[in-house]
Design a protein around this ligand. Structure first.
Ligand code: ADP
Ligand code: MG
Length: 624
């Protein structure tokens, strides 16, 4: 028989195909099944326009058969088949897609999601097979043909016998080598796994003969093996079903099957978009924090399908970092795929989908906040930190998107509140949104610095996450209200201004002396406007707060950034009198008192004392 040559370019292309296009060999099966599905789509389409054909659901299917003994794998379909010419043109010319041509010849519009377009998928078979045989009988033809090829050498075509219309692709699976195992592609479990992974939502049944063990009829303890024909794929993807036909359990099952998490979804977002860009998406917000979530190992991303065929396991481009906790999938027919269907060109469609999804997640979170506060709080306790990182990251670019989703613990409500709720409740004369930072709500509650603000009846937000103050600094203001730490120099509360000014003038020398005693430790000593009952506290001038100093210095690349600390003294506290008299009579005592008060302020702030032994000795000195 005459051997026909692939076209010259085709030869090189075939080499390229076999050796370098795909990273995972297993996708050969995805490609062959996709072709089979396309072939059935075509006969289905013909049946719609040709009365002599009837499309009977049951007689259209794909079957995968492994023969371990002969090391062959057969993929057969009851699709439209190929004529001799079509075998030559479609399989003999690489990069020629009969499917693409079919689409344009028949002006197929929406609903016919033919997968093929590049005319290369078929050759993926040579990644796992030495010989590929295609036996096909075209619709309306009396003859069947056999096409056979051993790869780059070329192919043969001859007449053969086949009763029914359709195609069989038979792969002679390669022998194992030292590095590579090929016989896995003859294993039942492996084939099922691959079909499930890539072709679960092919619209036609993918059948396989599967060995199952069943108890014997007369004896429950003895098992016999049966061969049973099973349908491996689920066919209709859940995301193409009607939302009204789906229950919470259906979504939960999908979540678990897909191994999005070991928990349940806290919130499910199912969206079908049919506009300038078309896609279906099912997105989940997990109930619990994935164990590796706040670690480097965590990989964000959504599964990406094109027409029900899996393209990518984790498409990171679909999720911004601040929503990296979202799990789920997107299926779109409008994607421009690259030839291996592995990576996407970073195209406009994908960007658009990302933008849409982003908006959708935000609006769903807002509606959850509004309609199911308890659930939203649960969500926020798990992933709120990520949102706050989002506000802080990229120089605050995302703050507009995220600020309404934030929550902080409120001194008044004793629970999480939103910034909007805070601002709505602000009395007219209140200038700033106040916050206090600390290790825990309990500790912040007791901070002396909160006294004046709390006394005024103003609400204070408690910041207990390291990121909080950084995020807020990035936000700067909310609804035109600036944020202000209760420890900051200016609280914007006009009170006893003149009073304290006078006191300051009067005691200038005392404070200067104290400042000298604490040289290098505090930048300033002054009368406090914020203290009511406590004797001392620390506050800061400038941009860096004490809490920020703590965080920055805990970082590996810390640059020893220091907050400008101020020791504030309550002029109405008895201690102040003691200081004044020591200043007049006993300089040594003044030094002792000053150091004691400074160390107390450090302790209150949760900062370490430089010399705890000296501190305790100082206390004893005062006692005796
Ligand atoms: P693509 O699917 O992107 O068009 P392929 O290399 O996978 O490229 O297939 C090339 C062409 O061969 C298809 O477009 C189709 O016309 C034809 N073909 C492949 N497999 C089959 C099949 N099982 N039944 C009918 N036609 C097929
Ligand atoms: Mg194909």
């Amino acid at each position: 028989m005459e051997k026909k040559q692939f076209q010259a370019e085709s030869k090189r292309l075939l080499d390229l195909m076999i050796n370098s296009i795909y990273t995972h060999r297993e996708v050969f099966l995805r490609e062959l099944i996709s072709n089979a599905s396309d072939a059935i789509d075509k006969i289905y389409y013909k049946a719609l326009t040709d009365d002599t054909l009837r499309f009977d659901q049951d007689s259209y299917y794909i079957k995968v058969e492994a023969d371990k003994e002969n090391k062959t794998l057969k993929i057969m379909d009851t699709g439209i088949g190929m004529t001799k010419e079509e075998l030559e043109n479609n399989l003999g010319v690489i990069a020629k897609s009969g499917s693409l041509a079919f689409k344009s010849e028949n002006e197929l519009k929406d609903g016919y999601d033919i997968i093929g377009q590049f005319g290369v998928g078929f050759y993926a078979a040579f990644m796992v097979a030495d010989v590929v045989t295609v036996i096909s009988k075209a619709l309306g033809s009396d003859e069947a043909y056999k096409w056979e090829s051993e790869g780059a050498d070329g192919y043969t075509i001859e007449l053969c016998q086949k009763d029914s219309v359709g195609t069989e692709v038979i792969l002679k699976i390669k022998e194992n080598t030292e590095e590579d195992r090929f016989d896995e592609f003859l294993e039942e479990y492996r084939l099922k796994e691959i079909i499930k992974k890539y072709s679960d939502f092919i619209r036609y049944p993918i059948k396989m003969d599967v060995t199952v063990s069943k108890p014997k009829e007369d004896n429950d303890n003895e098992y016999v093996d049966f061969v049973e024909e099973q349908i491996i794929n689920s066919m209709v993807p859940i995301w193409k079903k009607n939302k009204s036909d789906l229950t919470d359990e259906d979504y939960e099952k999908f979540y678990q099957e897909k191994r999005y998490g070991f928990d349940k979804p806290l919130k499910t977002i199912h969206t079908n978009v049919d506009g300038a860009i078309r896609y279906n998406a099912i997105l989940f917000i997990p109930e619990n924090i994935p164990f590796d979530y706040y670690s480097k190992e965590y990989e964000k991303g959504l599964e990406l399908y094109s027409n029900g065929v899996l393209i990518m396991n984790k498409c990171a481009d679909l999720l911004p970092d601040y929503f990296s906790f979202v799990k789920g999938m997107v299926d779109s027919e409008d994607l421009s795929l690259n030839i291996s269907r592995e990576m996407l060109q970073h195209d406009r469609q994908l960007k658009r989908i990302e933008k849409n999804i982003n908006k959708k997640i935000k609006s769903e979170l807002l509606s959850l906040m509004k309609n199911d506060r308890e659930k939203y709080e649960k969500f926020f306790n798990s992933f709120g930190r990520q949102l706050k990182y989002g506000v802080y990251s990229d120089f605050g670019t995302h703050k507009e998107v995220l600020q309404d989703l934030l929550m902080f613990y409120s001194s008044k409500e004793k629970k999480l509140i939103t910034l909007d709720e805070y601002v709505l409740r602000m009395p007219e004369e209140q200038k700033y949104i106040y916050y206090a930072t600390g290790e825990s709500n309990e500790r912040i509650e007791k901070l002396p610095q909160t006294e004046l603000v709390a006394d005024k009846g103003y609400e204070i937000l408690y910041f207990t996450d390291e990121i909080d103050e950084f995020a807020i600094r990035m936000l700067m203001n909310y609804k035109e209200k600036e944020f202000r730490s209760v420890s900051s120099g200016d609280l914007g509360i006009e009170e006893d201004q003149t009073d304290s000014a006078e006191e300051s003038n009067e005691n200038e020398d005392l404070f200067e002396k104290m400042q000298n005693i604490l040289a290098g430790k505090v930048k300033n000593v002054r009368i406090s406007k914020r203290l009511k009952t406590h004797p001392v506290c620390l506050s800061t001038d400038g941009e860096i707060s004490i809490e920020m100093e703590k965080v920055l210095n805990a970082m590996p690349d810390n640059q020893g950034i220091k907050a400008d600390k101020v020791l504030e003294i309550n002029p109405h506290h008895e201690v102040f009198e003691a200081l004044k008299s020591a200043f007049e009579k006993d300089q040594e005592k003044l030094a002792l008192y000053t150091n004691l008060l400074y160390n107390q302020a450090l302790l209150i702030e949760g900062l370490p004392i430089q010399d705890p032994v000296e501190f305790t000795n100082d206390i004893c000195k005062v006692m005796v």
